[in-house]
Design a protein around this ligand. Structure first.
Ligand code: PLP
Length: 410
């Protein structure tokens, strides 16, 4: 494998991995490990700049304010958005989609309108739209997938009718690894005047996003999946869409004037960020994107694709292993999702844990997809920058062992 050398020493940058040499961490789609640079940035913020931002006339509060908005500018630039004030910080993708479904959805979606999602959506990009549809009396339609685990674009074209207001779709499926054709989906949505909102929870950590060129009206992400802290993420919203959105939460910072009977709103991003913000999270995430930028997102993608291709080749020869999702490594991110004969995925995961191999087993917060696949669960291994071919080898060895052990006791 060509990328093995370039990325093989990154483990040393991650204190948890460095302290546990035997740990084979293959659950980065759930959350990533954190490099020392991120931990240092959070500590440094508290040691040198901590105060409540926006509210104080004293210098230290100004330092905290600068740290917060400086982080916003860095993250926006990383994601390819020139207008940093259109990046709204949230706790993560879940809160970002709820913000869109409430702040935009309640203002724009009415009885008889249609909302379209895809079969591969994470519950975070499924349930908020389903519930919005129920609340306002709109139609909620689901675009099915091809056998290869891709969005069926012909079906999408047919589903996106004149009354469709929004197409909500993931950049990358956390359950299958499928990388969606964002531009094509956007073109279909925009073709009839609908907005296209993208769940980038699995896109932003692994692919160059280029928000301003991508065409999507909003792109949501989670910091903890891209080397940053938990509890920080956000959504970038095109300015003309943002200007039509209602506030999502009410309270401090998001107001302009509060009168006894009514209130006027601050400008974005403040209008959508009520209360004391997560400054340490923003600062930590900015350090994470600097780390990713130093690696280069094209190199990150190349490394993960090589690992995925290698994993697919090695898994293919394990008898009884069924791999879900796209047939080629090019069409997927660093995710392999599979079942192993008649061994329950939870048992597979428990047996792998004995060898220090951390994989996820379950429905991956995608029950509508699992139902369509006729599976209650799969095993999912997911790769990131610190993984190497050795980790794939350890996964394969442990699977072979688990199979032998299971059948010896069956
Ligand atoms: N969307 C996708 C595709 C995900 O994989 C996840 C997390 O697994 C989410 C949304 C939700 O992200 P969070 O839990 O960080 O809000």
């Amino acid at each position: 494998m060509t990328t093995r050398t370039a990325f093989s020493d990154l483990r040393a940058d991650f204190p948890l991995l460095a302290a546990n040499p035997g740990l084979v961490y293959l659950d980065s789609a759930a959350t990533s490990q954190k490099p020392r640079a991120v931990l240092d940035a959070v500590r440094d913020y508290y040691e040198t700049a901590n105060a409540n931002p926006h509210r104080g006339a004293y210098k230290l509060s100004g330092t905290a304010t600068d740290a917060y908005h400086g982080a916003r500018r860095e993250i926006a630039r990383f994601l390819g958005a020139a207008d940093a004030d259109t990046l709204l910080f949230t706790r993560g993708t879940t809160e970002a989609v709820n913000l869109l479904a409430t702040g935009w959805g309640q203002a724009h979606v009415h009885r008889g309108d249609r909302i379209v999602v895809t079969r591969m959506e994470h519950h975070a990009n499924f349930v908020p739209w389903q519930q919005l549809a129920r609340a306002v009396g709109a139609e909620f339609r689901i675009c099915e997938l091809t056998k290869d685990g891709l969005v069926d674009l012909d079906q999408l074209r047919a589903l996106v009718t004149a009354n469709t207001k929004v197409v909500a779709f993931g950049h990358v499926s956390n359950a299958l690894g499928t990388i969606n054709d964002v531009r094509e989906i956007v073109a279909i949505a925009h073709g009839i005047g609908a907005v296209a909102f993208c769940d980038g929870a699995q896109g932003a950590p692994h692919l160059r996003v280029g928000f301003d060129d991508l065409g999507v009206d909003a792109y949501a992400f989670s910091g903890h999946k891209m080397l940053g802290p938990m509890g920080i993420g956000g959504v970038i919203v095109k300015r003309r869409v943002l200007e039509t959105m209602h506030p999502y939460q009410f309270g401090g910072d998001m107001i302009e004037f509060v009168f006894d009977g009514d209130t006027t709103w601050n400008v974005p991003p403040h209008k959508f960020e009520a209360g004391t913000p997560n400054v340490e999270g923003a600062v930590g995430l900015a350090a994470a994107v600097r780390y990713l930028e130093a690696l280069g997102m094209d190199a990150v993608r190349a490394h993960e694709m090589a690992l995925t291709r290698y994993a697919m080749e090695r898994l293919a020869v394990i008898e009884g292993l069924h791999l879900f999702g796209p047939a080629s490594a090019e069409a997927r991110s660093g995710v392999v999702s599979f079942t192993l004969g008649d061994i329950h995925p939870h048992d597979v995961s428990t047996m792998l844990d004995v060898d220090g191999v951390c994989v996820r087993a379950g429905h991956h917060c995608a029950q509508p997809l699992m139902r369509a696949l006729h599976q209650s669960a799969t095993v999912r291994a997911s790769f990131y920058v610190y993984n190497t071919a050795d980790d794939v080898d350890a996964l394969v060895a442990s699977l072979v062992k688990a199979k032998a052990r299971f059948h010896a006791h069956a």
